[in-house]
Design a protein around this ligand. Structure first.
Ligand code: ATP
Length: 257
């Protein structure tokens, strides 16, 4: 039986002027895994996410999602291909309700799409009811159903992060990429986040996680890649990686960890 590989990325390099932000980075993620991308500040984690999701054009690299090659050249194409992401700095539509934010995510998968949404075509209206129902289910799923009609800016920080996750799930992605989901959360919020990510995985989703909270990464991830100065220095189970001499040196060598 062949393994079900959701994401296979090979040989990604990206240079900003004189800085080699990524050098020959590759990862392979199997369906149902939580895959961690870790490393000290400035290691290239966010750059890798940005390349993967079409925000930055890589200098080199090959990309396969669920067996099909894709070109991460535009954000909406990547979303359509099946990767949904959240951001380190929350990016919600502040003046829209929680429900509307999730519904926007869902429109990636509808037939009438954005055109229909603007001109309120017939097919748009019938789709709309189904989308709203699904969006409400997703808000319940991430635990913020009672805030459906609140403007997203009025939600607590932790709840806004959950909302971002609901919006990502709304696109029915092959892969969900979470960029530091625990950033700025208190201990209780982190426990709840951990439960949520675990639940998403149990529902047979595949997750790529960048996270500074090493405890969260070690507790959740099946496999981990460690980047340092844009290069992969270790790959394996969290248990193996944390014993790796290069990893220990990379972390001890930076003030911030
Ligand atoms: N748009 C850009 N232009 C120029 N340099 C950039 C750009 N984006 C990132 N860099 C540089 O690339 C390197 C990698 O940064 P990146 O943000 O990917 O690291 P990171 O591992 O995500 O760090 P952190 O944990 O602090 O978020 C850094 O030296 C950063 O200054």
């Amino acid at each position: 039986m062949s393994t079900d590989i959701v994401l296979k990325v090979q040989g990604v390099s990206k240079r900003f002027g004189g800085l080699q932000a990524l050098s020959d980075v590759g990862i392979t993620i199997e369906r149902g895994q939580i895959y961690g991308l870790i490393g000290p500040n400035g290691a290239g984690k966010t750059t890798f996410f940005n390349v993967l999701t079409g925000l930055y054009t890589p200098d080199s690299g090959s990309f396969e999602l669920a067996g099909k090659s894709y070109k991460p050249s535009a954000v909406h194409q990547v979303a359509k291909a099946g990767i949904a992401r959240t951001f380190q700095n929350i990016r919600l539509f502040a003046e829209m309700t929680a429900l509307e934010n999730v519904m926007v995510g869902r429109h990636v998968r509808t037939r009438s799409g954005l055109f229909g949404a603007i001109f309120r075509t017939g097919s748009f209206k019938s789709e709309e009811a189904a989308i709203e129902k699904r969006a409400r289910e997703l808000l319940d799923y991430v635990g913020i159903g009672k805030y459906a009609d609140y403007k997203s800016r009025t939600l607590s920080y932790g709840d806004q992060r959950r909302l971002e996750i609901a919006r990502a799930l709304a696109t029915d992605p092959q892969l969900i990429a979470l960029d530091e989901p625990a950033a700025g959360m208190n201990a209780t919020e982190k426990v709840m986040l951990r439960e949520l990510i675990d639940r998403i995985r149990k529902d047979n989703r595949t997750i790529l996680l960048i996270e500074h909270d090493v405890k969260l990464v070690m507790g959740l991830c099946n496999r981990v890649t460690v980047l340092d100065y844009g290069k992969p220095i270790a790959e394996g189970t969290p248990y193996d990686v944390q014993k790796n001499a290069k990893v220990i040196e990379a972390y001890l060598g930076t003030e911030s960890h």
